[in-house]
Design a protein around this ligand. Structure first.
Ligand code: ATP
Length: 333
């Protein structure tokens, strides 16, 4: 018997490892764009899911953003059916809020979430690879992002509100491996022109920056960036747990919002203090603070000399005696 192609074997192994965490009898949905990553994922899922007693379906979202996208979506669904998946194509109207890319992402995740709930699926599988993770970390570094962003994408995450579980089985697999796996399985991926359009920063990172880093610093840079993400993910999780433990005791309701004890904030190291401040604004006012805004609020604790209220996105912070008080208002988003 000829031995299995190594790329195909690697993708199947990665998918088997992810799927084995799911209860037998449940359904998984592959988010299938038709590109090489999600196509390799779909083929491996079709192969591995039945062996684990899982039912497998695919959902392809047609964003309608370019000519022929409907045919590409139907072709992906046809391939999914040939592979043995139960395919679904959903067309969406993409708005413009936040730019077409962000709007398309929003619409896509909405469709996937609805499909997961309709099918009572145990998980939705996404085709992000190690290369996607490395690109995310580099883009984050270039923006001066904090540990939460540099932690990149989670291999396994459950939405707080919808309860949908998202798995990324290929997060440790190189993109070239998914391309090779498709070739070995004689699958013909759809190549999204957006993925070559170098007006996008991510495309420039993919096509020029990462290859340059790998050629100048030696191979293994992408793997190293992905390892950084993994380590920061552990750190970020530890901080989240600490915040959850601390916050109940130090936050109290205030007149038009919420207040934190100055003494409690001062007692925490800066890394935790700053996260508590950001967490309170995020959970209470659904806004994100920049680093400089966070530091300005922290000075109400560490460097208070009677400064007035600080306008922040969605709220206002001020020192009131032994408290830092956050109240609705401020500069808006
Ligand atoms: N139109 C879509 N329909 C369904 N799922 C999608 C769609 N676009 C992206 N996804 C899911 O999100 C993942 C990441 O999307 P991204 O845009 O980074 O990948 P892609 O360029 O479409 O390539 P690939 O399919 O090779 O991953 C995909 O692997 C896929 O699982």
């Amino acid at each position: 018997m000829p031995s299995l192609n190594p790329a195909l074997a690697e993708v199947r192994r990665a998918v088997r490892a992810s799927l084995s965490a799911l209860p037998a009898g449940s359904t998984v949905i592959v988010a299938l764009s038709g590109g090489p990553d999600s196509l390799a994922l779909a083929a491996a899922t079709a192969f591995e899911a039945p062996k684990l007693g899982l039912r497998a379906a695919s959902v392809t979202v047609d964003h309608g953003l370019q000519p022929g996208s409907d045919e590409a979506a139907l072709a992906a669904a046809r391939t999914a059916a040939e592979l043995g998946l139960d395919p679904l194509v959903v067309s969406v109207e993409v708005g413009t809020a936040g730019g077409p890319e962000a709007a398309a992402r929003e619409a896509r995740y909405g469709v996937l979430r609805d499909a997961a709930r309709d099918a009572n699926a145990a998980a939705v599988l996404l085709g992000h690879t190690l290369d996607d993770q490395a690109e995310t970390v580099l883009l984050g570094l270039a923006r001066g992002a904090g540990a939460t962003s540099l932690a990149g994408m989670a291999p396994d995450r459950t939405d707080d509100d919808s309860g949908v579980r998202w798995l990324r089985p290929l997060l440790a697999v190189r993109r070239e491996t998914t391309v090779a796996a498709c070739a070995a399985a004689r699958l013909d991926p759809w190549l999204d022109p957006h993925n070559r359009d170098d007006r996008f920063r991510r495309v420039r990172v993919r096509e020029r920056v990462l290859p340059l880093l790998e050629s100048e610093l030696g191979p293994g840079v992408a793997e190293a960036l992905a390892r950084t993400a993994e380590q920061l993910r552990e750190d970020a999780q530890a901080f989240d747990d600490m915040i959850a433990e601390t916050i109940e005791d130090i936050v109290e309701p205030a007149e038009a919002g919420i207040a934190i004890s100055v003494a409690a904030l001062a007692a925490n190291p800066p890394a935790l203090r700053h996260r508590i401040i950001r967490h309170v604004v995020q959970s209470e006012f659904h806004e994100s603070l920049s680093r400089s805004q966070t530091l300005e609020v922290a000075r109400l604790v560490t460097d208070y000399s009677g400064q007035g209220p600080i306008d922040l996105p969605g709220c206002r912070a001020r020192r009131v005696g032994r408290l830092v008080e956050f109240s609705a208002g401020g500069s808006g988003a």
